[in-house]
Design a protein around this ligand. Structure first.
Ligand SMILES: [Zn+2]
Length: 246
C-alpha cells in the first residue's frame, strides 16, 4: 500500500505543473465517469498537497481534487506527449510536463473528506505531543497497531511504518491504546515522523520486523511473529519477546 511518504514524493513531482493552466482528459471510461477531467480542464493548478494517504490538487476557483491510491493506483510525471501504457484515469497536461494518474481507484472532486482526517504525521508544524494527543482520542481498548493505522486519529501512517515504529518503541501492536503512556506515544510518533521525513528525502530505512516473520529479532534474537489485526485484518509484525503487550 502506498504510504504517506510515497504520496509526498508524488506531490513533489506534481509540483512541476503548479502555476500552469491545465489541459485535462480521461482516456479511461471509469476516469471519465468521475467528472474530474471536465471540471478541471482549462483551470490553473494552484497547489498540490499530500495529507495522510490522500493527494489534494487545488485548482483556481476553489476546486479541489482528491486522489487516494489504495493498493493499485499511481501517479507518474513525464514529458508532455510521452507514451502512456494502458488508459489512464486522468492526464493533466502543462506546457512541458504531464501528470498521468492510472488505476484510480479513488479520484473525485473533494467534498470535505479532508476535514475528517486526523493531523498529518508529516505536516511541517506537526508536534509529537499533539500527534500523541490526537492518537489518544481513539478507543482506549483498541490495539495500538490498529489505532496507528486509523487515519481519522493521525493521518499518513501505513502498515510498514506502524510495524517498524512499534518495534523501535518496544511496544506490541496488540497493546491496548489506553495502556501506552502519553510520553511513549509521543516518542513513537516522533520516531515515525523523523523516519518518514527521511524517507521522503530518499533515505529508505532498514526494515527490522516488517515482512520478516520467523526471522530473528535484530534486538533480542527471538523469532519475529505476525498475525492479522483488527477489522481490516492487516498483518502486524512484531517481536513478542521485547515489545511490551500490557
Ligand atoms: Zn525482540
Amino acid at each position: 500500500m502506498p504510504e504517506g511518504d510515497v504520496l509526498h514524493r508524488a506531490a513533489l513531482a506534481l509540483g512541476v505543473l503548479v502555476g500552469e493552466r491545465i489541459e485535462a482528459e480521461s482516456p479511461n471510461p471509469r476516469g471519465a465517469a468521475t467528472g474530474v477531467a471536465r471540471a478541471v480542464d482549462g483551470r490553473t493548478l494552484e497547489a498540490v498537497e499530500a495529507v495522510g494517504k490522500n493527494l489534494y490538487l487545488r485548482f483556481e476557483g476553489g476546486l479541489v481534487v482528491r486522489s487516494h491510491l489504495r493498493m493499485t493506483g499511481r501517479w507518474r510525471v513525464q514529458p508532455r506527449g510521452a507514451r502512456s501504457a494502458g488508459r489512464p484515469w486522468l492526464v493533466l497536461r502543462g506546457g512541458a510536463w504531464e501528470a498521468v494518474q492510472s488505476n484510480g481507484p479513488v479520484l473525485e472532486l473533494d467534498r470535505g473528506s479532508r476535514r475528517r482526517l486526523g493531523p498529518d504525521v508529516l505536516a511541517p508544524a506537526a508536534d509529537p505531543g499533539e500527534l500523541a494527543a490526537a492518537l489518544r482520542r481513539g478507543d482506549p481498548g483498541v490495539a495500538l497497531g490498529e489505532a496507528l493505522l486509523d487515519q481519522h486519529l493521525v493521518a499518513g501512517i501505513g502498515n510498514m511504518w506502524a510495524a517498524e515504529g512499534l518495534w523501535q518503541a518496544r511496544l506490541s501492536p496488540t497493546l491496548p491504546l489506553g495502556s501506552a503512556a502519553p510520553g511513549e506515544l509521543a516518542a513513537l510518533l516522533d520516531w515515525l515522523r523523523r523516519a518518514m521525513l527521511a524517507s521522503v528525502a530518499g533515505r529508505r530505512p532498514e526494515r527490522r520486523v516488517y515482512r520478516r516473520a520467523g526471522r530473528p529479532c535484530p534486538r533480542c534474537g527471538e523469532p519475529i511473529g505476525s498475525r492479522g489485526l483488527g477489522d481490516a485484518n492487516r498483518t502486524a509484525y512484531w517481536c513478542a519477546a521485547c515489545q511490551r503487550d500490557r
